[in-house]
Design a binder for this molecule. Structure first.
Ligand code: UT7
Length: 323
């Protein structure tokens, strides 16, 4: 039959983040711990990557465990009950198994009954992609409130004897609850990808570990990502000096500094969570923000620029209002 008109939900004026939460495993691994077992040094890691220590999950600690802890804290911060949430998105690139996805189990363990639930893999930019999906779901009426989690157990895909990756990647989770708002609290996402050289950061097959062409990714991140971030600021109707904070993916302190220098946001606190958390891929942005909010580094209502980039290659940026 032709000519039917489908009904759509009325579009809401905006969505915003209502609360953040972060969680890390208890086990701290310092640079000195690595230097004791491989040819590296605290000085090399601090000066080339910026990491001082990171957290690694134990053998029985799963991505779902990490996501449930972070998700529970974000829910508590939002003031909502589990029954208020009807969509759960877990951004992860380090899944223990290809199926089922983690989101249904995360929801179940948090007491969120029968939500839409799916995992999303866009590696280190995954949280920004998931936040854009949550924003759209709330504004178009597909969901009332959304739990978005970035959760990674990178350590299970790392050769712990490979000094070029073992010292970098770490485990953790960060989460946000997104709900409706009278005015937009999540700006337009600027995203994209370049699939011409997927091997630059990859796990080649199911018996392999993460390998990356560090220098090539470094060059790309320090040249291609600042313009994406600046476009996200412009699309949100702001200028860099309006930003209270910049939260780039926590890949390398030198990359973070290079991106921040090009954005020239004179009033912004730049996230440096990598120093204590390492590179937690899709978890790094919400984990950094949760830590900054806990410490009182960023005022409620202030604009924060989120910038994800990584394997794919893929990238995404948007401005949000701090809850
Ligand atoms: O999160 C996903 C996105 N990923 C990224 O954004 C990663 C981007 N790339 C980077 O952050 C950096 O390229 C790395 C941190 C991965 C590497 O730093 P680099 O300054 O680019 O070092 P390099 O790979 O050029 O290696 C320089 C030297 C090499 O030795 P030779 O060949 O000069 O003798 C490496 O073998 O440093 C050596 N090296 C190390 N030395 C001590 C590599 N890893 C280590 C180590 N300790 N852990």
């Amino acid at each position: 039959m032709t000519g039917v008109t489908l009904r759509a939900e009325p579009v809401r004026p905006g969505a915003r983040v209502l609360g953040f939460g972060g969680h890390q495993p208890a086990k701290v691994v310092t640079n000195h711990d690595f230097a004791a077992v491989m040819d590296t040094s605290d000085e090399w890691i601090r000066s080339r990557v910026g990491i001082v220590e990171r957290r690694l999950a134990g053998p029985d600690e799963t991505i779902t465990d990490l996501a449930v802890q972070a998700g529970g804290k974000a829910l508590a911060a939002s003031g909502l009950a589990p029954s208020d949430v009807d969509l759960v998105i877990v951004a992860t690139c380090s899944a223990e198994t290809p199926m089922p996805s983690h989101a249904p189990a995360v929801a179940h363990r948090l007491g969120i009954e029968a939500p839409g639930a799916y995992d999303l893999n866009s590696a280190c930019s995954g949280f920004c992609y998931a936040l854009a999906a949550a924003d759209a779901a709330v504004r178009t009426g597909s969901a009332r409130n959304v739990l978005v989690v970035g959760a990674e157990k990178m350590s299970q895909w790392i050769d712990q004897t490979d000094r070029s990756t073992a010292i970098i990647f770490a485990d953790g989770a960060g989460a946000a609850v997104v709900g409706p708002s009278e005015t937009p609290g999540i700006g337009p996402v600027v995203w994209g990808s370049d699939g011409s050289a997927p091997e630059r950061i990859a796990i080649a097959d199911r018996t392999s570990f993460i390998r990356q062409d560090g220098q090539a990714v470094f060059r790309w991140a320090t040249t291609a990502i600042a313009p994406v971030a600046l476009a996200a600021v412009e699309r949100a109707g702001l200028v860099p000096d309006d930003l209270a904070t910049i939260v780039p993916h926590q890949a390398n302190l030198r990359i973070i500094d290079a991106i921040a220098r090009r954005i020239k946001a004179t009033n912004a606190v730049v996230a440096d969570d990598i120093t204590r958390s390492g590179n937690t891929s899709g978890a790094s942005i919400p984990l950094a923000l949760a830590h900054m909010i806990e410490r009182g580094d960023v005022p409620s209502g202030a604009p924060a620029l989120l910038v994800g980039f990584g394997a794919g290659l893929s990238y995404a940026a948007q401005v949000i209002q701090i809850p």
